[in-house]
Structure formats: structure tokens, C-alpha cells
Ligand binder design. Structure first.
Ligand code: 1PZ
Length: 215
């Protein structure tokens, strides 16, 4: 394969995963969604060790989904839509409180889905930021507007501390390995609407099935 793991890392390819995970009829490929998350984790790790407590959680959620994909019922996990249908029809989801299925595909993906909203908001702030923009502030604002609402106090505190040590905008853009600032801005201009679309499709699917508050 020519995935991002085989040569110099570029955030462009990672964000491309979120474009190619959508089929024409708006089904979301779970394998490609997960591949996108793998790349994001890799990117986050390249920012420094302080982010490992965040990436560890993402990695364990990615692994849960990969296990379903590679498991004997993998054929039901081809798209997010088929996963939801299969798990609900077979009573594989703890719907109101944690019980016999604490690690369903549906609840696991919901955590990544909520984080995807943070990513969308953060990347959009980054895109429109000026040269002296503070990544830590953009990151915190995006977080407070989205993911933080689903986190207890202790996690919010720890996340806030991690944001403070985020590298500045120039380093951040460099680590993306996309090219000049203009290139990064252009790339983000294409990537953010795709992420937004994947987010919206998943959100609608979860809303229709009453899955937005899964424990
Ligand atoms: C580039 C800077 C990275 C900032 C990332 C901003 C998000 C901060 C999130 C802090 C997560 C802390 C660790 C664990 C949290 C879990 O409790 C929750 C809920 O899962 P549960 O406990 O119910 O099983 N996990 C999440 O909310 C998923 C968090 C995934 C974070 C992925 C960040 C992706 C970063 C991409 C970098 C460009």
C-alpha cells in the first residue's frame, strides 16, 4: 500500500482518508475512517510526548474497531451504516447504561465522532488564523465548543494543560509537511468541508437511531 506509513508523513493524505471514506451514496467506509484516525494519531504523536495520554485513548478505540473489522462478523462492519444496523438489530449495544456490551462499535465510534467535530472546528480556526495566531487558543476554543461537553472535569483539566504546550503555528504547519503556508491553507480549505460532511452524515445517522448519548 502507499499509505502515509510508508514515506514521509503528510497531513494531506491523512485528511484525504476522510474524503475517500465517503461513497457516492454517502455511506462511510469504516476501514477508511479508521485509517484517517490512525494518521491523526501519528500526527499528534509527532507533536510531542505530552499528547500520548490523548493518543492512547484514540489508539485503543481504533483497535476496538479494527478488531470488529477483522473479526468473524467483519462483513457487517464495512460501513458505519451497516455497523449501526447490525449492532442494533442484534442487541449488541448498551443503549441506556453500561451492561453486557460496554465496547460496542457504536459507542466506540461515537467517541471518535465527537472528537472529529473538535478537529473540524480546530482546523477551520487554523485555516483562517493570522501569522501571530495562537494554536493553544484555537485548540482550546474548538475543544470548549465541542468535545469538552462530553468530558468530566479531570479530563478537561488535563486537556487544557496539553493545549498549553502545543507548538506554535509555524511549527505546526511545518509538521503537517504539506508545503508553504499558502499550501497548508489551501489544503485545509479542501479538507475541512470533507471532514464536516463525514461528521454530518454520521451525526444524522446517530440522531435517527437515538445513539447520540450512548454510555
Ligand atoms: C493536536 C492536539 C491534540 C488535542 C486533542 C484535543 C482533544 C482532547 C481530548 C482529551 C482526551 C483525553 C483522553 C481520554 C478521554 C476519554 O475518556 C474519552 C471518552 O471515552 P470513554 O471514557 O467514554 O471510553 N475519549 C474521547 O473523547 C476520545 C478522544 C480522542 C481524541 C483524539 C484527538 C485527535 C487529535 C488529532 C490531532 C490532529
Amino acid at each position: 500500500s502507499t499509505g502515509p506509513e510508508n514515506h514521509k508523513f503528510s497531513l494531506q493524505e491523512v485528511l484525504d482518508s476522510f474524503r475517500v471514506c465517503l461513497s457516492e451514496d454517502e455511506h462511510v467506509s469504516l476501514e477508511r475512517y479508521v485509517a484517517g484516525w490512525r494518521g491523526l494519531v501519528k500526527f499528534m504523536n509527532s507533536l510531542g510526548n505530552v499528547f500520548t495520554f490523548i493518543s492512547k485513548d484514540a489508539v485503543s478505540k481504533i483497535q476496538i474497531l479494527v478488531n470488529f473489522l477483522n473479526g468473524e462478523n467483519g462483513s457487517h462492519y464495512v460501513t458505519i451504516q451497516s455497523m449501526v444496523k447490525y449492532e442494533l438489530e442484534n442487541g449488541l449495544v448498551d443503549v441506556s447504561k453500561r451492561g453486557t456490551h460496554p465496547e460496542s462499535g457504536c459507542r466506540t465510534l461515537l467517541r471518535l465522532h465527537r472528537a472529529l467535530r473538535w478537529l473540524e472546528l480546530f482546523l477551520e480556526r487554523l485555516r483562517i488564523s493570522k501569522e501571530d495566531g495562537k494554536t493553544s487558543v484555537m485548540c482550546a476554543d474548538a475543544y470548549n465548543e465541542s468535545l469538552s461537553q462530553h468530558h468530566p472535569w479531570v479530563i478537561r483539566k488535563a486537556a487544557g494543560m496539553a493545549f498549553c504546550v502545543l507548538p506554535g503555528r509555524p511549527t505546526f504547519f511545518e509538521v503537517m509537511n504539506v508545503g508553504s503556508t499558502e499550501k497548508v491553507v489551501e489544503m485545509l480549505g479542501e479538507a475541512v468541508p470533507m471532514i464536516s460532511k463525514v461528521y454530518k452524515i454520521t451525526e444524522d445517522l446517530y440522531a435517527q437511531n437515538n445513539l447520540l448519548e450512548l454510555p
